[in-house]
Design a protein around this ligand. Sequence first.
Ligand code: FNR
Length: 387
Amino acid sequence: RRLRNIFNIGEFEPAARKRLPRGVFSYISGSVETGAAFRANRSDFEDIRLVPRILAGLAVRDQSRTLFGKTWKHPFGISPMGLSALTAYDGDIVLTRSAHECGIPAVLSATSLISLERVAKEGHARWFQAYLPGDDARVTGMVDRLTAANYDTLVITADVPVAGNREDSKRDRFGAPMKPSLDLALQGVVRPGWVMGTMARTLMNHGMPHFENADVERGPAIISKNVVRSFGGRGTFSWRHAAIARERWKGRLVIKGVLSPQDARRARELGADGIIVSNHGGRQLDYAVSAIAALPAVKAEAGDMAVMLDGGVRRGSDVLKAIALGAEFVFVGRPFLFAAAVAGDDGVKHAVSLLAAEIDRDMAMIGAPSLDAITPDILAENALARR
Ligand code: FNR
């Protein structure tokens, strides 16, 4: 019923706004400083125009995509997002389980509140995103833990040497650890659905949420300061530690947060299997180039690595634009988390089907029987010339 009036994945945001406490909503929707990097993710997609091809006579279109030896039903997956379990009950499991049932990948965040072992089991998660600390023993410890839990793809997020300047979160006093406050209590009163459906259920079934996967000692996420302090170690993480992870990790290795062609070359020299071109959804360096604008130059240096992208993908046409400019696969963040907040598994599955239907319809109008036909030919010349 809640999904009846949601016709595209962008529409989960206003629906979620009504259900989530202000701090949680603005943590998800927010960006950093002026929001320029965040807006560029959308406006750069909007600047690209497509050239349809007529009379293609295609009764069916195939949008499946093979990546790392696995064929996914759609060319998109779910980006890693921290604290998902504050948004929806068992949020990380909702995201990974729904993705699994829809035949797409979802990446479990390092800053999830549910242990990676439990999400592997109940959520069928096989992709894990890590923030590795600049400490050799911890890097190998994390890799061994992932191997034991049966993960096959390790995504190292490399664009968080320090936390981004999230002024909205400061304004709303939202952060981990989340501190009990009068404001938070008042927000709870006006959002009883969230309090009962997400928070109370979590506390009853699992107790106080913890950071279970952080690169560091386990610690309570909501009440302790330990976790935040220990995150300071990230700044010393470097290519040398990525090399240690590469050496130790037998699965696929992906570097997330690449925007520079030189870094793409380094990732290739490191032996990465793929990169995610990303400005972290406009949540790290403000005025960072958008992922879609950075894509062509990064692709040129990527060699055999799989090139993926996230940031601002909201329409099927965006997915096709990214593929035309050289991405093999894309990821979508915020809309899936809002979908989980609105309607749990059903919300996430509805989001997948809306985006998939848009891709299919657009492929018909572009005259593309499969994604192999999505080449720069589908892009209007002037769109590329302007960048
Ligand atoms: C994120 N992102 C993120 N990335 C990451 O590598 N590890 C993480 O833990 C998180 N956490 C996180 C939380 C929330 C609430 C958001 C919205 C984002 C960034 C995320 O993976 C992705 O790069 C962007 O969200 C993609 O942009 P869109 O699709 O949200 O525009």
